[in-house]
Ligand binder design. Sequence first.
Ligand SMILES: *Cc1c(COP(=O)(O)O)cnc(C)c1O
Length: 383
Amino acid sequence: MNNEKIWLSSPHMGGTELKYINKAFEENWIAPLGPNVTGFEEDIKKYLSSSSKDSFQVAALSSGTAALHLALIILGVTSEDEVLCQSMTFAASANPIKYLGATPVFVDSEEETLNICPIQLEKAIKDRISKGKKPKAIIAVHLYGMPYKVDEVHKVAKQYDIPVIEDSAEALGSTFKGEKCGTFGDLAILSFNGNKIITTSGGGALIARNEDEKNKAVFLATQARDDAPHYQHSQIGYNYRLSNISAGIGRGQMEVLDKRVHARREMFEFYVNLFRSVDGVRIFEEPNSDYFSNHWLTVISVNEDVAGFSRETLRECLLGFNIESRPLWKPMHMQPVFDGCPFYGTGVSEKMFENGLCLPSGSNLTNEDRNRIKEAIQNCLNK
Ligand SMILES: *Cc1c(COP(=O)(O)O)cnc(C)c1O
């Protein structure tokens, strides 16, 4: 039997990517601008706008992290400011706060979606205000493709008039009440890293609500050049634009996005069936029909007392079968690098970090892979 490594999530090309790349070579558009960049932005714009009455502007960038950095700059965040951020997330959600010298204030998750808890969020806002500083922005994340509690989170944000940056890096193709993730924030970001639902090898995008903000993002992403025949700068700029080659991959990937979402959701169903009769294992599904997750990664949590095995035993056992699985994101308030940053919570994300496991969820997993995963898991559970 084939014993190649089964990965958590690996790139899955659609087939037409090379067409766009070849065109870039033929026309010598080997640069961080060109027809693929513009075309990719249009593709994303069309995709996001199809579910919404609002209109959006898209700036294609070199990474999701760059998009978050620019979003914070556009919202005026400086070293004087505090920024609220979901604690349970990838470090890339929080690092850009530090790039600006600002202070992250971390907020716990709720148990239904694993995302920012609206109750703890409001508590944090009130407490920061009472300490003399109103937070400048909120970074909310749709982890593993599951939409956060959009209505509740945005209600709190609105009540205190704080803009939301929607980190939709893992949630392209997910929807809440029929509207696509990436369309809820004052600004939103996407990631096209190699492990995401679609990839440009590396890349990201900032989703803005008007042309001014998009132009600001592109200006900052291209070294903040003033309008002059020579190189003139009155602001610090960045080199954050997406390459025309990468954008070519993105154009091909947008053609298959719906298929990729479908395949990831099928992987999720596969695990639902597999764990249906296993006591002590919870599989994270949509809380109700308002939520539609792309199930970028399928997540379970193991209650050791009931299951008779721990998350770590299962993870190590799967590794023995050459199958990758991984604990959930380690919350930022537990990370040494963010030591001393304020945190508001009740221990939900800590518990999930302790007991949660992400399972192989790639859209390119085959029937043979699924059989191997099934046999391995059954084997591990019977130990
Ligand atoms: C991947 C990811 C990012 C960063 O995206 P890059 O394109 O890798 O810079 C940000 N936030 C979350 C939640 C992510 O998963």
